[in-house]
Design a protein. Structure first.
Lengths: 593, 514
């Protein structure tokens, strides 16, 4: 069922996700499961018995391959980082010019619509089934041309129909996502949805095309295309700031220049992102032709795809309820939430993902070899490292959350009050950072063990906990504070997920050496607590006279440095074993830089 | 022979066979024949091959003769084709691909068998009896077929065998010993089965990596069942009876082995099938004492319990957290209007400082004349189209029951806009002293502004009076009577509560001075 992939793949490359922030642990199936090396690598173990044995592959081959792969992954890292930074930048900039209010809310809701629909139509199936087969089809007699044409025909058809239907249903979709009892303005969101939903076609096409390119060993364009997308949005935001009008005045009109500029601009960005890939595709020698039919091989994957579809569907239900609750609260809820969530994810995106990239291939191999001892070892090590790296960060986040919000979002037209609310949302949810990272790690382990069912079931439980808690938040809290409650519920749900993941992994694998993980968590909690305390004290020293934004920056930097410094100082003083390789690694990285 | 097994030149990366084969990794040594087993890369056809390299001194006539014999037998086997045996691709002998200086007597080149080393397979723990039977079955078939054509395969060494990805054992390094017989092949089948079941090698000359099978004081191999209790009787007996040379009940043909293996594999699968049932029904009785099954079931129950506990705990935590949020953030309104730093919106520039509701100034008694009806009333909304434009006339139609309503706002003014109002146009200027507002919108803050035309900018209007609507009739006295042709009743604060703000004006009456 799982396909050995013999081609070299730079370690950093992920399967294309048009939005890097979609939770997709199942992409592990596509990226890591496939390189199950049936023949090879095991033989190195012989070396332990027979000293005469060393290499299993001739050296020339290895040398010829290695540098290009390393260079490719280096370039990839730059591209990914650039696209992430620019992606975050435009969201912040939009907050400066549009304020975290009704307009931004409506835009956010409308902008998630193509994402959700694309994920439901293509996302799960694409990453889990189609892409691995795409890689395998490269060995067909025609170099995979027929399969690719069939795939593109299917994707364009599905996306085309999806686009037409969803545009037609736009008012219904926005009313599904938005609760109009609150401050939200469904009318405005609908105008945006009309403008943004056609982007679904290009958005999905981008994902498919970059999968095709990746399978052809062309990684660059797919990594840089999101940067193009973000650059176009930068221009759009500049234009948005310049045109007059206030589309939030009720009743709104679609012809309001601000609505038109933002909607059409972002749509153009999506189109540009997809078109950017076409020249590369032509250069690779691929010619598109309509070709109908379904590849026989797709059927092998039926059961697997169904569970992943279930995962996608359940997580989207959670997201819809989330958005509804947010829009039922005070204005700015949806936009504050989406930005706070971006910030929340940032440390995981930087630290967690790089850890995963290093660990996952090992864990997948161990899982594929049924070597549970090694798998458990790696899992425990991964959990401990994640704990050490992320807990101090989340402590600082909890203390300096408000400063982060004000420092980033109180510029331009953004108000200090909204920025503070964003920061508070970040602060109350900061404790969820570690559980979140653990959930992502555990789910990947499940998928590495070819178990696509348990992650879906865990997701079901998480969503089942989340929905009532979200409604509780909207009932108990003042509308202005709903967003804080929602972020907190999110983090709590990740706590549920992390415990569940650990417990069910234990059911499957036996003793997980959780005691050691708990020990490290305890140590780190103590250290982070001290770090947080120090950060609070430092925060008092900053005079209020600096003004809100400058003061926030000073506070943020001081508290960040002091908090992290004290936490790691305490950890080093406590002589936590796991820290030594990390410090060594960091010093090496610093030296290399 | 045993002394000649160290081929000095054999190391990974080295080449043999006139440079055609590059050595990749060693997979073992059959010490009895001095045969080094290697994986190599065929440089011409770019594929991997399995090399059985006979190491020895070509000057030693006896060794050379034995080597030739092995090569001949391997060459015979090249005709043989069965999935259980790697195909022999080439046989290199002295002078034919091998120079006398290499320290080699000959090489048997066979296709490479993908899969797992047999010794790796049993290194951790023995194989399930049913699986083991199936594995050996494939091998026994090929032995049976080879024996029918009189070929000896020479599989009596565990490192010569590999397990293919589809779970069959395969002779990966062919090249039988010079003196190997058909009987040796059959014995080897028994020994392989014994190895899979117990992890021990029961024939002489096995590799050092595998422990030798224990023997009873009489010199017989201990049955597999006494080492691994779960091995079924038939399989245990089959292995021992095949290995033993002794007369009673020895199995001597592969056909007989095949028969027993078939039965054993089926029996094992049946048992496994039954053994799985208690998973479904934990109270099934007989099998519930099996430890792993019980363990898994208990773990699952425990996991469910933990799930429920965690969910409950998180629910409580969430509630407490929300209480805390409400407590610390209890009064969001008290934090005042948003403060804009860099670029205050026009909305707020226009906003007059007197946002706070002002009590109407003390009325000036007796200052009023007869009400003057305005010529027309339109909605005044300098920042857009305006609210309920077509209903504006209802505010002067003489019927307080028909009202002009603002739109419903989710936030109080001035969040969306500074305000909204009605502008009354009179044919000629009047000396306005008082405006009477009949409305059912308590709490609405109203300003009376006068303007020079019907649609002025808010900045061009002057505030001449203000008040808060209470009850149904509110009189707003101007600070002093003012001459005006255009009078704006400007709502700066709406009635209602978050998140629904709206005000309605039933009737406006304009009273001039005197």
């Amino acid at each position: 069922m799982y396909i050995p992939r013999e081609r070299g793949m730079p370690p950093g490359v992920r399967w294309p996700a048009a939005d890097p922030d979609v939770l997709r642990p199942y992409d592990e199936l596509a990226t890591r499961m496939m390189p199950r090396i049936v023949d090879g690598l095991r033989h190195t173990e012989i070396g332990e018995r027979l000293p005469a044995v060393q290499l299993e592959r001739p050296k020339e081959e290895e040398q010829a391959k290695a540098p290009s792969l390393a260079r490719a992954s280096g370039r990839m890292a730059i591209a990914t980082l650039t696209s992430r930074i620019t992606g975050f930048a435009w969201k912040v900039m939009l907050a400066w010019v549009a304020t975290l209010g009704v307009l931004y809310d409506s835009f956010t809701v409308a902008n998630t619509l193509p994402l959700i629909i694309n994920e439901l139509l293509l996302g799960g199936v694409l990453t889990s089934v189609v892409v691995p087969l795409l890689v395998r089809s490269q060995d067909d007699k025609d170099g995979g041309e027929a399969y690719t044409q069939r795939l593109l025909t299917m994707a364009v058809t599905i996306l085309g129909i999806g686009t037409v239907v969803s545009v037609a249903l736009a008012p219904w979709l926005t009313s599904l996502l938005m609760d109009d009892t609150g401050d939200a303005n469904p009318q405005l969101a609908t105008w945006f949805a009309y403008l943004l939903l056609p982007g679904l076609l290009f958005y999905g096409l981008f994902a498919v095309l970059s999968a095709v390119l990746n399978a052809k060993q062309i990684f660059g364009p797919a990594q840089w295309a999101p940067v193009i997308n973000n650059l176009v949005i930068f221009a759009t935001i500049a234009a948005f700031a310049l045109v007059p009008g206030d589309p939030t005045i009720i009743p709104t009109q679609m012809s309001d220049p601000k609505v038109l500029v933002l909607g059409v601009g972002v749509l153009t960005a999506m189109v540009a992102q997809a078109l950017f890939l076409l020249p590369a595709l032509r250069r690779s020698g691929f010619r598109f032709r309509w070709r109908w039919g379904i590849d026989e091989r797709l059927k092998e994957f039926g059961g697997l795809a169904l569970w992943i579809l279930g995962y996608v569907a359940v997580s989207q239900i959670g997201m819809v309820v989330n958005t509804r609750v947010l829009t039922a609260g005070a204005a700015g809820g949806a936009s504050i939430y989406s930005n706070a969530w971006l910030l929340f994810q940032l440390p995981y995106g930087v630290i967690g993902v790089s850890l995963l990239t290093a660990l996952m291939p090992k864990m997948s191999r161990a899982a594929a070899d049924n070597d549970f001892r090694r798998l458990i070892g790696d899992l425990s090590y991964g959990s401990r490292l994640t704990t050490l790296m992320l807990l101090p960060v989340s402590a600082v986040m909890a203390v300096a959350g408000t400063s982060i919000g004000v420092a980033l979002f109180a510029l331009g037209k953004g108000s200090v009050e909204d920025a503070e609310r964003l920061g508070q949302a970040l602060a109350v949810s900061a404790f969820g950072l570690l559980p979140y990272a653990l959930v992502m790690l555990q789910m990947r382990v499940f998928y590495a063990m070819k178990d696509s069912r348990t992650p879906t079931l865990i997701m079901v439980v998480m969503t089942a906990v989340k929905i009532p808690l979200l409604y509780l938040a909207s009932a108990v809290l003042h509308p202005v504070n709903v967003v804080l409650g929602v972020m907190m519920v999110n983090s709590l749900v990740f706590v549920v997920g992390a415990v569940l993941g650990q417990v069910w992994l234990w059911v499957k694998l036996g003793n997980l050496r959780s005691k050691r993980v708990l020990g490290v968590i305890l140590f780190t909690v103590v250290a982070s607590g001290l770090g947080a305390l120090a950060a609070v004290v430092v925060g008092w020293l900053v005079p209020d006279a600096l003004g809100p934004v400058l003061g926030a920056w000073v506070k943020l930097i001081l508290q960040g440095v002091v908090g992290i410094g004290v936490s790691f100082g305490v950890l080093i003083a406590l002589k936590v074993d796991e820290l030594t390789p990390v410090t060594r690694r960091i010093t090496r990285m610093v030296r290399r830089a | 022979m045993g002394t000649s097994t160290r081929g000095g030149s054999l190391a990974p990366g080295g080449v043999v066979g006139d440079g055609r084969y590059r050595l990749l990794a060693q997979f073992g040594i059959d010490e009895r024949a001095g045969a080094h087993l290697w994986r190599a890369r065929d440089g011409q056809l770019r594929r991997d091959v399995a090399l059985t390299m006979l190491v020895g001194d070509p000057a030693d006539a006896e060794a050379a003769r034995l080597g030739r014999r092995t090569l001949e037998r391997a060459a015979h086997a090249a005709k043989f084709n069965h999935p259980g045996v790697a195909r022999v691709l080439d046989v290199l002998s002295l002078g034919n691909g091998i120079s006398s200086s290499e320290g080699l007597l000959g090489i048997v080149v066979a296709e490479w068998t993908k899969g797992t080393d047999l010794i790796d397979l049993v290194a951790e723990r023995p194989v399930e009896p049913g699986t083991a039977a199936r594995m050996v079955q494939a091998l026994a078939e090929s032995v049976e077929l080879a024996h029918q054509s009189g070929l000896v395969l020479g599989l009596d060494h565990p490192q010569r065998l590999r397990l293919t990805p589809d779970g069959r054992l395969r002779l990966a390094f062919p090249g039988p010993l010079p003196d190997a017989t058909l009987r040796d092949d059959v014995k080897a089948l028994g020994a392989v089965l014994y190895l899979l079941l117990t992890g021990r090698w029961a024939l002489p000359g096995g590799p050092p990596a595998v422990p030798a099978a224990p023997r009873s004081p009489t010199g017989r191999v201990v049955p597999a069942r006494s080492l691994e209790p779960r091995v079924p009787q038939e399989l245990s007996a089959l292995a021992v009876r095949t290995i033993e040379d002794g007369g009673h009940g020895g199995i001597r043909t592969s056909a007989a082995i095949l028969r027993v293996l078939d039965e054993a594999a089926e029996a094992a699968e049946r048992t496994q099938y039954i053994a799985k049932d208690p998973n479904v029904d934990p109270d099934g009785g007989v099998w519930t004492t099996k430890k792993p099954v019980k363990d898994a079931a208990r773990r699952r129950k425990l996991a469910l319990g933990v799930t429920v506990l965690v969910v409950a705990a998180v629910g409580i935590l969430a509630w407490l957290g929300m209480m805390a949020i409400s407590f610390f953030q209890d009064d969001p309104e008290s934090s005042g209007p948003p403060v804009n730093l860099a670029d205050p919106t026009p909305t707020q520039q226009q906003n007059p400082p007197n946002q706070q509701p002002q009590n109407p100034p003390a009325p000036q008694p007796g200052a009023n004349g007869e009400p003057v009806a305005p010529n027309e009333v339109t909605v005044y909304n300098p920042e857009g189209e305006g609210d309920s434009v077509e209903d504006a006339g209802l505010a002067i139609d003489g019927d307080p029951a028909t009202v002009w309503r603002t739109d419903e706002y989710r936030q109080q003014f001035p969040t969306f806009k500074a305000g909204v109002g009605l502008v009354a146009t009179f044919d000629s200027p009047l000396q306005l002293a008082k405006v009477k507002v009949t409305a059912d919108s308590p709490g609405t803050d109203v300003e009376i502004r006068i303007a020079d035309d019907a649609d002025p900018a808010l900045d061009d209007t002057r505030v001449v009076g203000s008040g808060t609507l209470e009850g149904t009739d509110t009189e707003i006295q101007l600070q002093e009577p003012t001459s005006a042709r255009y009078v704006i009743v400007w709502i700066t604060s709406l009635s209602g509560e978050a998140p629904r703000f709206a005000s309605e004006l039933g009737e406006l009456t304009f009273l001039p001075a005197g």
